[in-house]
Design a protein around this ligand. Structure first.
Ligand code: ADP
Length: 490
């Protein structure tokens, strides 16, 4: 199959969040299975040019119709760790992608609507006729709409689109004028509630709603989240549209990059280990203590790694810190937030706990330290209020660190409770709690710490059972190919 991904991010060249890892990881898996994959991205001024090999002009004069005129673009080609990537560079006074950062501008909807249009124009003019176009999140959600309404008639009629929604909170809601710019000239038609009209904001259009209607298949990033967005308020007003189109909607768990996250070869950890040499993990715990100036001794290390965002259950993370300290355990946190108030709260907490020999809060982003924490911690908490998929718990499992998670989204699909899961004992891999309150997380922490203390042999077994799970791209790659095959023959 020939698959073209159209996305606003791809790791490591242009990465803000998890979508970048999915685009890269899935593309690589599809190629390993013998498919041809190309990725189309904006050419940002701030992207990591050191991660692109052989950057050269592929298409010098791509004229993209826009707002009654046309904008000239240059399309560049380069390899990103073996993936074939095309970068669209518009030469426009708006400087769409020359702004020093990826997102956060008043005209983001215009910027990515333009990119969606340019990507299709590139497919058309360069003679590319992929079997599947795979788009990601609201940034490229207009692609299926434009394809069906404009480009099918211009020659791209055999393309099938799979659209993946990574985060339902951001849907691309904007004024109708952007539709004119793209050539979708009937606002009352496209803006109708059953098409792209936003469910909440009167007169606004919603790109993601368009993608749900016009794509051949829509996925989100875990099976349980696919259920949640249809039946609970986690669909952020898209539940009804998804319900209506549920025959072409499903959840596929994200994969983890098993080359990057591998305790057998990880260059950032103190001692390599695997399931059979599990005892060596202890050397990483000592290295972690040494690096963060924690005292040595027979007490477990509980960790949190991740963004400091309300979504992650911040009040429960805070509570877990004090629970650990009251129950003779140690706590390590690595995280940073985009909101000033949240960072400030954690800075205050850090100052408050500064001299505690059993606690270290690192506020910032540190890829290397993250690796050592996953390798050195005994347990990892992830009390998210919602979690479309979550990679952190999968990384923890890979490093023999027992996850303690809330029963939501992708966490529910990947972590199975030691005491209460309906899976056989030898397939359980962590601790799960349901209610997002102190009682909920206390009960899970108490059970985890109890097992660590009273049944160390069983705790080791639990950690090793987690390591035996395969959360690589192997299974998701197969599932996506199944979806592609299904829509190709529809
Ligand atoms: P989300 O996509 O909601 O941020 P995920 O669990 O899917 O959460 O992915 C988080 C990824 O980002 C993990 O790989 C985690 O290790 C990494 N990460 C998050 N915060 C930090 C940080 N402060 N320092 C280093 N790595 C981080």
């Amino acid at each position: 199959m020939f698959v073209v991904m159209i996305a606003s991010e791809c790791a490591p060249v242009a990465k803000v969040g998890g979508v970048a890892d999915v685009v890269f990881g899935l593309a690589r898996e599809l190629e390993l299975r013998g498919n041809a994959v190309e990725i189309i991205l904006p050419k940002y001024d701030c992207m990591r040019y050191d991660q692109v090999w052989g950057l050269q002009v592929e298409f010098a004069d791509l004229w993209v119709p826009w707002d009654g005129g046309a904008i000239r673009c240059t399309v560049w080609f380069g390899f990103v760790h073996g993936r074939k990537c095309f970068f669209v560079e518009p030469h426009a006074w708006q400087a769409f992608f020359n702004r020093g950062t990826y997102y956060g501008f008043y005209d983001d909807a215009q910027r990515f609507a333009f990119f969606s249009k340019a990507a299709l124009e590139f497919l058309l003019k360069s003679g590319r006729r992929p079997d599947i176009v795979h788009t990601h999140d609201w940034h490229t959600a207009l692609v299926p709409v434009l394809l069906y309404e404009i480009y099918a008639g211009a020659g791209l009629h055999n393309l099938r689109v799979c659209h993946t929604i990574h985060n339902f909170r951001h849907q691309g809601v904007t004024g109708r004028e952007v539709l004119y710019a793209t050539g979708l000239n009937r606002p009352e038609y496209y803006g109708a509630p059953e098409r792209m009209g936003d469910g909440l904001e009167h007169q606004a259009v919603n790109f993601t709603r368009g993608a749900i209607l016009y794509s051949n298949f829509v996925t989100t990033v875990s099976p349980h989240h696919a259920w949640e967005v249809r039946y609970t308020d986690l669909g952020f007003s898209l539940g009804h549209a998804l319900y209506r189109h549920q025959l072409k909607f499903g959840g596929i768990l994200n994969g983890l990059d098993y080359e990057m996250w591998n305790p057998e070869i990880d260059p950032h950890i103190a001692q390599h280990f695997n399931v059979t040499s599990f005892d060596r993990k202890a050397a990483n715990t000592e290295a972690l203590r040494e690096r963060l100036l924690l005292r040595r001794g027979a007490r477990p290390v509980i960790a949190y790694v991740g963004r400091l965002d309300t979504q992650k259950g911040l009040h429960l993370i805070r509570h877990a810190i004090f629970h650990a300290l009251e129950h003779d355990a140690q706590f390590v946190l690595l995280g940073s937030g985009s909101e000033h108030g949240i960072n400030e709260d954690f800075w205050n907490l850090k100052r408050w706990l500064n001299d505690n020999p059993d606690c270290h809060l690192e506020i910032g982003y540190d890829e290397n330290l993250a690796h050592l924490i996953y390798a050195g911690a005994d347990m990892l908490v992830m009390p998210s209020l919602y979690e479309p998929c979550g990679l952190t718990q999968m990384i923890a499992l890979r490093y023999g660190t027992v996850p303690i998670v809330r029963d939501v989204g992708g966490l529910k699909d990947t972590v199975f409770d030691w005491d209460f899961s309906d899976r056989p004992r030898n397939l359980r891999n962590g601790f799960v709690f349901e209610h997002p309150d102190h009682g909920g997380i206390d009960s899970a922490l108490r059970r985890a710490l109890g097992l660590w203390r009273n049944e160390p042999g069983l705790f080791r077994e639990l950690a090793k059972q987690g390591m035996a799970y395969d959360y690589s791209w192997n299974h998701p790659g197969g599932h996506y190919l199944g979806v592609y095959d299904f829509i190709r023959h529809k």
